[in-house]
Design a protein around this ligand. Structure first.
Ligand SMILES: *Cc1c(COP(=O)(O)O)cnc(C)c1O
Length: 420
C-alpha cells in the first residue's frame, strides 16, 4: 500500500522506515514494523496488518491499547489540570501515593517519590543508598536497572556499561541467585575490605536477562542479611510490578518474597498502562526520609495526568479482577505452549504474564521474526528464549492463538547463532 499525501509524505512502511533512519537516532536499529494504531491486545501496522501484541510495549500496556477507561481518565485530567510544578500538590498525585502504599502493604511512615521512567526510579533509589552514609552497593549479574549513569552502574551487561565508564562507583555484581556469594558479601572479611553494604538492589525476576526467577528463599536470605547489616533491600519491580506476575508486586508472592518487607521498591513500565510514569516506594520512616528537602527533584515526576493514568490503570485491574485473570491466563498460555510438544520448545518459565518460552536451540531471533510474519509480537530476550509479556487483559482464546503459533513454528536449520 503506497499512499502519498499532498505534502509528499510516503505513508507506506518503506516510506516511514526510510524517514525513521534519516531522523531518529540509531540506538535501537531499524524498526521491525511501523505501528499506527491499537485496540485491546491488537496493534495494526502501516500496511493495515493486525498483530496480537504479546509484548505490550515490554510489559507496559497492562490494559492493552486504547483502553476506554484509561483514555477517558487521561483526557479528563488533561482537560482539568495537565501539569503543575512540584511547588504544588494535586489530588491525583496524593491519591496515587496513598494507593501505591496501600497495595504494597507498606508500614506507617512509608512514602513515595514519583518519576517518569524506570531508570529515574532506580536513579532516585541509588541516591537514597548514598544517604545511608555508606557507598558499597550490591547488585546481581544479569541485572538490568536502566540506562542513565547511576542505574547503568547497577546494570550488569558489560556492553551497556563499558562505553560510558567511569560510572558512579561502589557497585559490586554478585553471581545470580548464589546464596553463598550473597552471604560472603556481608561476611566480616568482605566488610573489612570493601566496607559496609549500603544496599542490595535486585529484581525478584530478572526481566531483560531472560525472565529468570531468583531461587526460592533468596529474597528471604537477602532480607535477613540486609536487616542485620543495617543495609537497604531495594527491589527493582519496574518490570514485575503492578500485576504483571499475578500479584500487585512480585515480592508479595509467598514463593518469591516469603513474606518479606523490602526497604525500597521501584516501579514504572506497567504503572501507567502506557502513560510514562515511575515511582519509588520507600518502606518505613528510615527509608522514607533518606532524601531530604532539596536533595532530589524532577519536573515531570508526579505530573497529574501521569498520576491519573496510573490511578485508572489500578482501578481497572481491581474492577476487572485482572490479578486473578493474569494468573489464570498465564497458566493456560504456558500449559498450552508446552503441551503442543513442538521439538523447538523446551519449557516455559516465569510467572503470571511475564513468561519466557525456552527453546531447545539458540534460534529465538528467528522464532521472533517468524512470529511477526504470522501476526504475533514477541521478543527474543535471550538467544534461546522468547519473552511473552502480553496485556493483562489477554483472553484465554487469544492466549490459545498464541500457543497455536508456538505449536506450529519451525525455523530453518542453520549454524547455531553466536551467543553474545
Ligand atoms: C525496563 C526496566 C528498567 C528501566 O526502565 P526505563 O523506563 O526503560 O528507564 C529498569 N529496571 C527494570 C527491571 C526494567 O525492566
Amino acid at each position: 500500500m503506497t499512499e502519498i499525501t499532498s505534502t509528499g509524505r510516503d505513508l507506506s512502511t518503506q516510506g516511514w522506515t526510510e524517514a525513521y533512519s534519516r531522523s531518529v537516532m540509531d540506538t535501537f536499529g531499524p524498526p521491525q514494523r511501523i505501528l499506527v494504531r491499537g485496540e485491546g491486545p491488537y496493534v495494526w501496522d502501516a500496511e493495515g496488518t493486525r498483530y496480537l501484541d504479546l509484548l505490550a510495549g515490554i510489559a507496559v500496556n497492562a490494559l492493552g491499547h486504547a483502553h476506554p477507561t484509561l483514555t477517558a481518565a487521561v483526557s479528563a485530567q488533561l482537560g482539568t489540570l495537565g501539569h503543575v510544578s512540584n511547588f504544588f500538590g494535586t489530588p491525583t498525585q496524593i491519591t496515587l501515593a496513598e494507593r501505591l502504599l496501600q497495595l504494597a502493604e507498606a508500614p506507617a511512615g512509608s512514602r513515595v517519590f514519583f518519576t517518569s521512567s524506570g531508570t529515574e526510579a532506580n536513579e532516585a533509589a541509588f541516591k537514597m543508598t548514598r544517604r545511608t552514609g555508606r557507598t558499597r552497593v550490591l547488585a546481581l549479574e544479569g541485572g538490568f536497572h536502566g540506562r542513565s549513569l547511576g542505574a547503568l552502574a547497577l546494570t550488569h551487561k558489560p556492553a551497556y556499561r563499558e562505553p560510558f565508564e567511569p560510572l558512579p562507583g561502589g557497585v559490586e555484581h554478585l553471581p545470580f541467585g548464589d546464596t553463598e556469594a550473597l552471604e560472603a558479601a556481608f561476611a566480616p572479611d568482605a566488610v573489612a575490605e570493601h566496607g559496609e553494604v549500603a544496599a542490595l538492589v535486585v529484581e525478584p525476576i530478572q526481566g531483560e536477562a531472560g525472565v529468570r526467577e531468583l531461587p526460592a528463599g533468596y529474597l528471604a536470605l537477602a532480607r535477613r542479611l540486609t536487616q542485620d547489616a543495617g543495609s537497604l533491600l531495594v527491589l527493582d519491580e519496574v518490570q514485575t510490578g503492578m500485576g504483571r506476575t499475578g500479584s500487585w508486586f512480585a515480592f508479595q508472592q509467598p514463593e518469591i518474597g516469603g513474606g518479606i518487607v523490602p526497604d525500597v521498591v521501584t516501579l514504572a513500565k506497567g504503572l501507567g498502562g502506557g502513560f510514562p510514569v515511575g515511582a519509588v516506594l520507600a518502606f518505613g520512616e528510615r527509608a522514607a526520609t533518606l532524601l531530604g528537602r532539596g536533595q532530589h527533584g524532577t519536573t515531570f515526576g508526579g505530573n497529574p495526568v501521569a498520576a491519573a493514568a496510573a490511578l485508572a490503570t489500578i482501578g481497572v485491574i481491581e474492577r476487572d479482577r485482572l490479578l486473578a485473570h493474569t494468573r489464570t491466563v498465564g497458566k493456560v498460555l504456558r500449559r498450552a505452549v508446552v503441551a503442543a510438544g513442538n521439538p523447538l520448545v523446551k519449557d516455559v518459565r516465569g510467572r503470571g504474564l511475564l513468561l519466557a518460552v525456552e527453546l531447545t536451540r539458540p534460534v529465538a531471533a528467528q522464532v521472533a521474526a517468524a512470529a511477526l510474519d504470522a501476526g504475533f509480537i514477541v521478543n527474543a530476550v535471550a538467544p534461546d528464549a522468547v519473552r511473552l509479556a502480553p496485556p493483562l487483559v489477554l483472553t484465554i482464546d487469544q492466549a490459545l492463538d498464541a500457543a497455536r503459533f508456538f505449536a506450529g513454528v519451525s525455523v530453518e536449520t542453520t549454524a547455531p547463532e553466536k551467543d553474545d
